[in-house]
Design a protein around this ligand. Sequence first.
Ligand code: ATP
Ligand code: BTN
Length: 339
Amino acid sequence: MKDHSVKLAILKNLSLGGFHSGEELGEQFGISRAAVSKHIQGIQLWGVDIFRVQGKGYQLAQPLQLLDEAILDQQKRASGLSTPIELIPIIESTNQHLLDKVHQLESGAVCLAEYQSKGRGRRGREWVSPFGSNLYLSMFWRLDAGMAAAMGLSLVVGVAIVEALEQLGVNGVKLKWPNDLYFQDRKLAGILVEMSGQAGGAANLVIGTGMNLQMSPATQGITQPWASLSDVIADSTLESATDFALDRNELAITLINTLKTTLEQYELNGMAGFVERWNRLDNYLGRPIKLIMGPREVVGIARGINEQGAILIETSVEEQQTESKIEAFIGGEISLRSA
Ligand code: ATP
Ligand code: BTN
């Protein structure tokens, strides 16, 4: 594994604010100015915007608040959370990391990262994961109810995350079936639930979420409109939201706590009560949508979900549109779009 310790130490210095000269950084880490410059280039490839002013040195274009093991640990203890949390700043994919070692994990174990070089979305798509500006979080869960309950679980996770944001004073975030978080019709966060075999009847699940917090508008490689939590907060009338939103450590702990509690609840009660909770947050409820299932498309009005976690669509059966019927659709290969 590549050692990123010098780059991370340089970033820690830069995150304190102000200018840091190549000479100062070089001296601190016992390397040449040319080596510092090389490390800075590497850091820029992680998606961090750093500029250099002749005679002054390097500075971050935007302030950076790093995830910090000591702060995470302290906040974890303060909230009575006993879950193991692994912080691996530079990783290929937090989901893959947990999938690789499911047999050594207890339910609730978490992996957090600052940057993913191979972050992935549903159906093998790329999840763009620049350093430090977002949240990349995966949790392992052994689901005794087995694979069949995994679909419901992924919907429940979306509800849990939006409700956690609401509790923190951030309003206006909605859900796009099956489990994307949207703000003003732009994607704020995605959820990817992956499975690693079955042990007896139980399913080994890794639940990954990527949430944009303060992603640079210049970020490349995202094919659809997206938003950051900072946009939601800027739009929020609640001033109290501002402080926490910039505290990535606290946000991570809040989400881990909520996820764990919600998964425990789901194990006990299944989808009971979640249909209403999901429908309240449905970004498309009552709106015209299109479902794409391979070559087939269904156009109609979104009517929320049912207890199986299927999306309900009201379609017209006659040309005159005098009669309509509500159909349920379920499955991993369906894409929803505005009609
Ligand atoms: P569907 O699954 O319904 O087709 P989708 O188009 O959102 O929805 P997903 O596979 O769920 O597709 O998610 C991957 C999508 O997310 C891709 O369109 C990708 O461009 C986009 N994406 C990648 N990284 C980010 C990010 N950091 N923020 C927002 N969107 C992103
Ligand atoms: C999607 O909308 O397609 C799901 C995106 C899920 C991204 C998260 S980021 C943390 C975890 N690790 C990954 O590689 N993917 C998930």
